[in-house]
Design a protein around this ligand. Structure first.
Ligand code: AP5
Length: 192
């Protein structure tokens, strides 16, 4: 199989996109190229066309079956554009919905993507809470550090199922305050 498929996950506001961008920049300097793909953007394009939502933070509140359909559309859209390239997919191990955690990579998504590695970007829940409060561009769920800690725990648990289904490895990357460069180093080491 040509091309590496790396899925990068983490709770909202942990800094997935920031770490991915840093890693891509570093790898580009070494001549290693990855195509970044945002799973939520693929879902949002479909959701917008169907007038289901006006911003991406509304998607996790949609009826479960609608979210599943958008998820399926995103997975096949991403599989179609990724082919033999190295791809980094920015997404979620689980999505917090009003009726509970929804798996981000259920069987029908894994079958399309077949990741080599699933990365979990994590940090202390208090830091995530502060980052969310500092980002006015998004509509964040109002939750405390305890709930954020539980979400991170659930993400580890559900990722074990992804490893069982695909044989992928699970890599935990810490993205701590003042230690972004170290998080980027860790991600680069699995992408290289
Ligand atoms: P998406 O857009 O991926 O939502 P998100 O997780 O909320 O993404 P963010 O970009 O807000 O968070 P981030 O972790 O990337 O943090 P960032 O780098 O911006 O997904 C949108 C929606 O799509 C989901 O809600 C869901 O509905 C749907 N979806 C996606 N995938 C799905 C799937 N598989 N199945 C079903 N639905 C799916 O950083 C945040 C802030 O922290 C920034 O201000 C940044 O400057 C700061 N920061 C970062 N690192 C550090 C550091 N080390 N120190 C200090 N500050 C830092």
């Amino acid at each position: 199989k040509l091309g590496k498929k790396v899925v990068v996950t983490g709770v909202p506001g942990v800094g997935k996109t920031t770490v991915i961008n840093g890693a891509m920049e570093r790898l580009a300097a070494e001549g290693v190229t990855y195509t970044p793909v945002n799973f939520g953007t693929f879902m949002f394009e479909v959701a917008k066309k169907e007038n289901l939502v006006s911003d991406r933070d509304e998607m996790r509140k949609l009826a479960k079956d609608v979210q599943k359909r958008l998820q399926q559309a995103a997975a096949s859209g991403i599989a179609a554009v990724s082919a033999d390239a190295n791809v980094i997919i920015d997404t979620h191990s689980s999505v917090k919905t009003p009726t509970g955690f929804l798996a981000g990579l259920p069987e029908w998504v894994l079958r399309e993507l077949m990741p080599d590695i699933v990365v979990l970007v994590e940090t202390d829940p208090d830091q995530i809470l502060m980052r969310r409060l500092g980002d006015a561009s998004r509509t964040r769920d109002m939750e405390g550090s305890r709930a954020i800690a539980e979400h991170q725990e659930f993400n580890r648990a559900v990722s074990a199922a992804y490893a069982m289904y695909t044989g992928c490895t699970i890599k935990i990357v810490r993205n701590e305050n003042f230690l972004l460069e170290q998080g980027i180093d860790d991600l680069v080491s699995v992408l290289r």
